[in-house]
Design a protein around this ligand. Structure first.
Ligand code: UD1
Ligand code: MG
Length: 451
């Protein structure tokens, strides 16, 4: 069965107290709705429709970045969840598959749960609702189950005392055939305590038409919605804990798991070893067997197998480490390819550069890539040896198996195999230091006496 996602993201999120639309707030360095989309990835949705309202321009731009094929529909006025879903009708005209309604501010639904909903649909249920047993049912909608079937969903505001005592609550996730969903929505009104068009009313409409409805359940933690900064902070903690567990289960060693931070899209291969206090920003891939040493910060980079990074290293976007590369302490790499077995072990900045296989970059080397207006490229050949404290003023090329002398400022290309020395000649003045010291001490003594 092909599936379309309808993701509701029109709400303002007043309680976030933010100029940013709620679904653009981030957990694991990805907007909340990206988590919802990621959870549904295994369903291989043929279509994804995002219902936007508040801050629609910003939400649309962020959504297109994640999925260029996403369909954006506008809900000008937020008249309720049922009204929101109806906005997707035109976008899904002629779509013959199932629709799953998800919330853009509910990032923790697990793929397995969505799969269970799909299975319930395959078993013949016309409407499948995801519920959970709430520890504190609060203001959630209640699922009224009779004889094993879902009879209706009642919103807290509209519920009787008896109904409020029900602990089986509505998560908001609903699946049905898309055409059925829209037909059922034609049958709902807004004559309720909120004056809103409730998506949840489709259950009663379905039952009146002799269609079947079932509830399946998931863990309450999966249904956690984000409404405030406090909830956002808890969500971050929950996300990090989940990712740490996943990494460990995938065969990654985390020496102090609770100190390692992941992004939604972090990929780490099996037998990678991560020391304490490592931060994975967006778009990081670490291959099997690599070692990320303590206090390193990585984003937008690729670390190949057997590479060693850190301690205290910073890999910025475009850092590409080939197999067995070594990046040591207080080294920053940006937009640079570091060849197989190449070493940048101490106190260096390598940006907008290519470093050949087995090259050795001495301590304190800097690629001077920026002239204040433009960025320029530095090329360092295979097996080249860059002496400590070399300034490489880009654009510049150091050839294969070439060398630069320590302390050089390299402004011209160095041919293959050549040694470049670009520093002032050393002068030695015998005994001058002793004379100088004597003079300085005398001066100091005189000053003291004068006071
Ligand atoms: C909804 C459910 C309730 C459920 C709860 C779970 C209904 C009527 N109620 O209530 O049964 O227990 O979620 O969290 O469905 N949205 C729009 N446009 C709108 C209204 C909402 O896009 O016009 C979006 C919101 O941005 C949010 C989601 O839909 O992502 C849910 O809306 P919200 O107002 O939080 O619904 P609840 O009252 O919490
Ligand atoms: Mg809500």
């Amino acid at each position: 069965m092909t599936t379309a996602l309808i993701v509701l993201a029109a709400g303002k999120g007043t309680r976030m107290k933010s100029d940013l639309p709620k679904v653009l707030h981030q957990v694991g360095n990805a907007p909340l709705f990206a988590h919802t989309l990621a959870a549904a990835r295994d369903l291989d949705p043929a279509r994804t429709v995002l219902v936007v309202g508040h801050g629609s321009d910003l939400v649309e731009a962020a959504a297109k970045e994640i999925n260029p094929d996403i369909q954006i529909v506008m809900q000008e006025e937020q008249l309720g969840t049922g009204h929101a879903v109806l906005q997707a009708r035109a976008a899904l005209k002629g779509f013959d598959g199932d629709a799953i309604v998800l919330y853009g501010d509910t990032p923790f639904i697990r793929p397995e749960t969505l799969d269970a909903m799909r299975a319930a649909r395959a078993n013949g249920a016309d409407v499948v609702v995801l519920g959970f047993d709430a520890a504190d049912p609060g203001r959630y909608g209640r699922l009224v189950v009779k004889d094993g079937a879902l009879a209706r969903i009642v919103e807290f505001k509209d519920a009787t005392e008896d109904e409020r005592a029900i602990t089986l609550c509505n998560s908001g996730v609903i699946a049905a055939k898309a055409s059925t969903l829209f037909d059922l929505l034609d049958g709902i009104g807004n004559d309720n305590a909120s004056g809103e068009y409730y998506l949840t009313d489709i259950v009663e409409v379905a039952r009146a038409q002799d269609l079947s409805a079932v509830a399946i359940t998931c863990d309450e933690a999966e249904t956690l919605g984000i409404n405030s900064r406090t909830e956002l902070a808890s969500a971050e903690t929950l996300f990090q804990n989940r990712r740490r567990t996943e990494a460990l289960e995938d065969g990654v060693t985390l020496q102090a798991a609770e100190t390692v931070y992941f992004s939604l899209d972090t990929v780490i291969g099996r037998d990678a070893y991560v020391e304490p206090n490592v931060y994975f920003g967006p778009d990081v891939t670490v291959e099997s067997g690599a070692r990320i040493r303590a206090f390193s910060h990585l984003e937008g980079c690729h670390v190949s197998t057997k590479s060693i990074v850190g301690p205290f290293a910073r890999l910025r976007p475009g850092a590409e480490l080939a197999n067995g590369a070594k990046i040591g302490n207080f080294v920053e790499i940006k937009n640079a390819q570091i060849g197989e077995g190449a070493k940048v072990n101490h106190l260096s900045y390598i940006g907008d550069a290519t470093v050949g296989d087995e090259a050795n970059i001495g301590a304190g080397t800097v690629t001077c890539n920026y002239d204040g207006v433009n960025k320029h490229h530095t090329e360092i050949g295979a097996r080249a040896f860059i002496g400590s404290d070399t300034m490489l003023v880009a654009p510049v090329r150091v050839g294969t198996e070439a060398m630069t002398a320590s302390g050089s400022t390299i402004t011209k290309d160095v041919p293959n195999g050549a040694l470049a020395i670009a520093r002032a000649d050393q002068q030695v003045k015998p005994m001058l230091a002793v004379k100088l010291f004597a003079k300085l001490r005398a001066l100091k003594a005189k000053k003291k006496k004068d006071i």
